[in-house]
Design a protein around this ligand. Sequence first.
Ligand code: PNS
Length: 167
Amino acid sequence: MRIAVCPGSFDPVTYGHRDIIKRAAKMFDKVIVLVAVNSAKTPCFTAEERVELIKVVTEGMDNVEIDTFDGLLVDYVKEKSAVAIVKGLRAVTDFENEFQQALANKILYDGAETVFLTTSAENMYCSSSIVKEIAKYGRNIDSFVPSKVRDVVIERLCKTNKKEEEK
Ligand code: PNS
C-alpha cells in the first residue's frame, strides 16, 4: 500500500488544503493528513479542533485519515512506512521555505519523496493566515472555507463577537 503524508498546520483548514488532499488521495492508496507543529507559528485552534475541521472538509474521501504529531515529520513518515510527503505550492513565495524543508527532510530520512502539487488557480491566494485576518474583521470568508469551518473561525476570531462577549 502506497501511503502519503500531507502535513501542515491547518490553522484552519481551507479549500486550498482540501484541493491538495483530494488530488493526493487520487494518487496514493492512503493519505494521512497530519496536523503537525510548526515551531514558527502559534496556532489559534487546538490540534483537536483542527482535526475536527479537517474531518468536515475531507468528508467522503474514503482513503483519507487524519492524525496529529508533535515531533519531526520524518519520524512520523518512517513510522507509517509512507513513501511520500505531499505539499501544496502556491507561488514563488512558498517555494524557498518548502524547498528547504524538503531538502532537510530528505537528509534526515531518505525513504520518502516530497511531492509538490501546484495549487489550483482559484486557490492561489487562499491561506489560513488570510482567512484568519479577514475573519477578525467579521468579513466574508466563504471563498476560502466551507460554512462549518467559517462559523467556527468567525466565532473564535471576529473582534465584534469578542466585544459582545466582554459586555
Ligand atoms: O502549514 P505549515 O505551517 O506550512 O506546515 C509546516 C509543517 C508543520 C509541515 C512543518 O513545520 C513540519 O514539518 N513540522 C514538523 C516538525 C519538523 O519536522 N520540522 C522540520 C521540517 S524541515
